[in-house]
Design a protein around this ligand. Structure first.
Ligand code: SAH
Length: 263
């Protein structure tokens, strides 16, 4: 393949190539590049963001599932060639590359797998002090939203249990090729330092997911399957709907449930 051959966008891989250099540079500048040596870009495509990352004083790695994009990157960014991982981000064991060392994550992400990207990041959070990049605007807003907001949900609570989340800016469809149907949004997650979850993590995930399955109902109703004692259910926190509970209140609720199940 010749050097300037452009990658043809493939819909099933969520490919929308950014063609605005100033937006690419602005996204690359969202990380602090401090406190870690390695940066992993997910879905580099033709490298519009990658070239700005390569100017930073860190080691840039990219993970890309599309063979045609991988070939393009290897031909056009010679100093990146050894650090192109041709794999599915969701399936690949990242410690084969990072050896338990910390790394930041960045990307103009494939929107078809946004939620899974966030969940994998949460699983690996001990190694990931910073995460930034672009999602569909609605997903970026959801991740950063607070209780009471219409878009507040599972992703908001579980992400903000471990990270400070900040919505940075909106990007319109016309700067992509092909343009997506919706606006995009760039966010930044910074891990809460010296933080340990005071409650059981698996139970927290279960409480949050079960609660939001019926977001219009009170928690007393939606958490029925937990078989909680009447004594606990008399607590006024159960009068609330899930969207009214802050992250801290979800943690407190989980602690109450934990003590009720294993007194
Ligand atoms: N960052 C580029 C491309 C964005 S499109 C730009 O801004 O122009 C999303 C990219 O993610 C595509 O290159 C697509 O091939 C890649 N991708 C999709 N699913 C992936 C996966 N599971 N793992 C790694 N990369 C993936």
């Amino acid at each position: 393949m010749s050097k300037d051959h452009q990658v043809k966008a493939k819909k099933h891989l969520g490919q929308h190539f950014l063609n605005d250099e100033s937006v690419a540079e602005k996204i690359a500048n969202t990380l602090s590049f401090q406190g870690y040596k390695h940066v992993l870009e997910i879905g580099p495509g033709m490298g519009v963001l990658t070239k700005y990352l390569l100017q930073k004083d860190t080691i840039t790695h990219v993970i890309e599932i599309d063979t045609e994009s991988v070939e393009y990157l290897k031909n056009n960014y010679l100093n990146l060639a050894n650090r192109v991982i041709e794999q599915d981000f969701l399936k690949f064991d990242l410690n084969l590359v990072f050896n338990n060392e910390p790394f930041a994550i960045i990307g103009n992400y494939p929107y078809n797998i946004s939620t899974q990207i966030v969940f994998k990041t949460l699983e690996m959070r001990d190694q990931i002090p910073e995460f930034s990049g672009m999602f569909q605007k609605e997903v970026a807003q959801r991740i950063c939203s607070k209780e009471g907001s219409k878009v507040y949900g599972i992703l908001s609570v579980l992400t903000q249990a471990f990270y400070h989340a900040e919505y940075l800016f909106t990007v319109p469809p016309h700067v992509f090729n092909p343009p997506p149907k919706v606006d995009s949004g760039v966010l930044l997650l910074k891990r809460k330092e010296n933080f340990t979850l005071p409650c059981d993590e698996t139970l927290l995930f279960k409480v949050v997911k079960t609660g939001f399955q019926q977001r219009r109902k009170t928690l007393r109703n939606s958490l029925k399957t937990f078989n909680l004692s009447d004594n606990l259910k008399a607590n006024s926190i159960f009068d609330k709907r899930p969207e009214q509970l802050s992250v801290q209140e979800f943690i407190e609720l989980t602690l109450l449930i934990e003590n009720d199940i294993n007194p």
